[in-house]
Design a protein around this ligand. Structure first.
Ligand SMILES: [Zn+2]
Length: 278
């Protein structure tokens, strides 16, 4: 059939046109286009502009608790001296600290993030985080996300004024529930209270939307995820020890892995690079 040949010629011309448009006249030769079947490429990867993550992507979320000296060592304590060395190592080795908002937008494919991205988080709203970690973060120009355990606030934990000061400096405040109980085996009404009341209190006192949640002890179930979603949170973090993020379905953004950091440099360097993770 001659028509078949005409269609093939038209097809070849169209494909050539697309190739010419995206290859020869492209003003940014370092970009590579993936997803050739669409006229609007989904992922443009460039070393200058950063990356748009797709599927599985490297973006370690680090988790710290106390930033204070503790001897003998305890896995919930990192000394200010080691914390400073860890932050310095990230800076010296070309890592980029991004905010949780940037990470969230990137995970949904809406924003590019720099290569070697790192997200820093602190759990429990402990006062030594404000006194010891905050000055070190500022020294390196870094910001972090602080997940606040509400029953700790003003009672050995941080104060509202300290939270406001963190926020003013560009840090993000998230919720870590009211009572810090295991949320994997809670009745529905209690799940609702823990997720909604903490959000309400934080929003009322800080005047900003509280978008991110952290499961106490990293424990969650399908019901926990549902309660956190229904409360209006956009994402939630766990303590699954991984450096790679993978957004596969609607629950992935509510079960984000994090790397629990110890009071040591060698393990820190390994873990940040995804080596020898437990
Ligand atoms: Zn906690």
């Amino acid at each position: 059939m001659p028509y078949k040949k005409i269609f093939i010629v038209i097809g070849v011309l169209l494909v050539t046109g697309i190739l010419v448009k995206y290859s020869f006249f492209n003003q940014k030769p370092r970009q590579t286009v993936k997803g050739a079947s669409t006229t609007e490429p989904l992922a443009i990867v460039s070393s200058d502009e950063g990356i748009t993550p797709q599927g599985k992507f490297y973006a370690p979320i680090l988790v710290y608790h106390h930033i204070a000296l503790k001897r003998p060592q305890n896995s919930y304590y990192v000394s200010p001296e080691i914390f400073d060395q860890q932050m310095k190592w990230l800076k010296d080795n070309g890592y980029h600290i991004i905010s949780f908002d940037q990470f969230y937008a990137a995970a949904l494919g809406k924003e590019k993030i720099p290569k070697k991205p790192i997200i820093i988080t602190f759990d429990d709203g402990l006062e030594d985080q404000f006194k010891n970690a905050f000055p070190i973060l500022k020294k390196y120009g870094f910001t972090a996300t602080f997940f606040i355990k509400m029953n700790n606030l003003n009672k050995g934990g941080m104060t509202w004024d300290q939270l406001k000061e963190l926020q003013k400096a560009g840090n993000i405040i998230g919720s870590h529930s009211v009572n810090h109980d295991d949320m994997s085996k809670m009745p529905e009404n209690q799940l609702k209270y823990e997720s909604e009341e903490s959000k309400r209190l934080l929003e009322q006192n800080l005047g900003t939307e509280i978008k991110y949640f952290c499961y106490p002890g990293g424990a969650y179930s399908a019901n926990t995820i549902l309660a956190v979603k229904n409360a209006g949170y956009l994402a939630a973090v766990t303590t699954r020890h991984k450096v790679d993020q993978e957004i596969k379905d609607g629950n992935s953004i509510y079960t984000l892995p994090r790397v629990h950091i110890d009071d040591e440099m060698p393990t820190f360097i390994d873990w940040v690079q995804g080596k020898n993770l437990y």
